[in-house]
Design a protein around this ligand. Structure first.
Ligand code: PBG
Length: 328
């Protein structure tokens, strides 16, 4: 058979596939989410997230050492706040000696070259498990934004490199930027969760932090998964308000949004492969239905193919190890 063009030529060996690959995963693309709890010597398995742990401030340094050794250079911190410290206004989120602030200091002190990013939202500190202040059964925007701005300054003071508002209140990026500038934190970055959808895929994370909403759901502030035009508008607004990096979350079910944004904007796009995506792969792999390593690399590469520059993933360490084996 004479064929003028055979597509299989460029697929015929690992060497040629590597040469013509359009997208390549790098360990430096990854952000590792890290869960911190009070106590000492804690390395608590999270039952809803098999293979993932909550760490106290001493053990977290061992974990970060492991991440650092495989080449990870960014972490995204979340804290599990004690019930006794929760209220409606997130007062504990502003505590200079709060768990988040101590975590930032401890980690930055030990690893000054690590990019430390912090989650900014009220849910871990809220008696209602909502991302904002609750008044008459509603999550109120403007008063919440004030707390988020103060919280961001407090994280910057403790040494955070980036704050990552995940709350989906309107106007928070502008308020955070203004507060950071006013207090002299001109080098603190904002990674805004711009297109954050109201998703069932956050379930395992909420059980990890004991932060599930006590009433209702998050649909009055997180985006409707039926929409993508809205994601364009909201992301462009966040960029105007001063976001350095924008985020689409969850990842795999929303890669059309990433792709559309990539064609429209020049700001780095981050994708969050969220807890439910992690557990889906874990569950299938544990049952022998999927090969875990292959599922990790394929799903993360799909995020890059869609246009992500950086990826927050619970598989960060594992993926970095896999990449080491491939390239070294
Ligand atoms: C807090 C926050 C959530 C996630 C990141 N930051 C939960 C939520 O919005 O309910 C989810 C992350 C994940 O599922 O991995 N606002």
């Amino acid at each position: 058979m004479y064929l003028p063009k055979r597509f299989r030529t460029l697929r015929s060996s690992a060497a040629i596939r590597g040469l013509v690959a359009e997208h390549t995963l790098l360990t430096t693309d990854f952000i590792a989410p890290v869960f911190v709890v009070e106590g000492t010597k804690v390395r608590e398995p999270i039952s809803a997230m098999p293979g993932y742990y909550r760490f106290s401030l001493d053990t977290v340094l061992q974990e970060i050492e492991e991440l650092y050794t495989v080449g990870i250079r960014a972490v995204l911190l979340f804290v599990k706040c004690a019930d006794s410290l929760k209220d409606n206004k997130g007062a504990e989120a502003l505590n200079k000696d709060g768990l988040m602030q101590r975590s930032i200091k401890t980690i930055k002190n030990a690893y000054p070259n690590l990019c430390v990013m912090t989650d900014v939202a009220l849910d871990p500190f809220s008696i209602y498990g909502h991302d904002g202040i609750v008044q008459n059964g509603e999550i109120i925007n403007d008063a919440t934004v004030e707390v988020l701005a103060a919280m961001s300054v407090s994280h910057a003071e403790a040494g955070a490199d980036f704050v990552a508002p995940s709350d989906m209140m309107d106007g928070r990026v502008a308020a955070i930027r203004k507060a950071l500038e006013q207090d002299g934190f001109t080098q603190t970055g904002i990674m805004s969760y711009s297109a954050k959808y109201a998703s069932c895929l956050y379930g395992p994370f909420r059980s990890a932090l004991d932060s599930a909403p006590g009433f209702g759901d998050k649909k009055t502030y997180q985006m409707n998964y039926a929409n993508s035009k809205e994601a364009m508008a909201e992301t462009l607004t966040d960029i105007d308000e001063g976001a350095d990096i924008v985020m689409v979350k969850p990842g795999l079910w929303y890669l059309d949004v990433v792709k559309e944004l990539r064609e429209k904007i020049h700001t780095p796009i981050s994708v969050y492969q969220v807890s439910g995506e992690y557990t889906m792969i874990k569950a299938a792999a544990t049952n022998g239905w999927l090969n875990e390593d292959e599922a990790i690399l394929e799903s993360l590469t799909a995020c890059k193919r869609a246009g992500a520059s950086l990826i927050a993933t619970y598989f960060a360490k594992k993926a970095a190890q896999l990449l080491k084996n491939i390239y070294e």
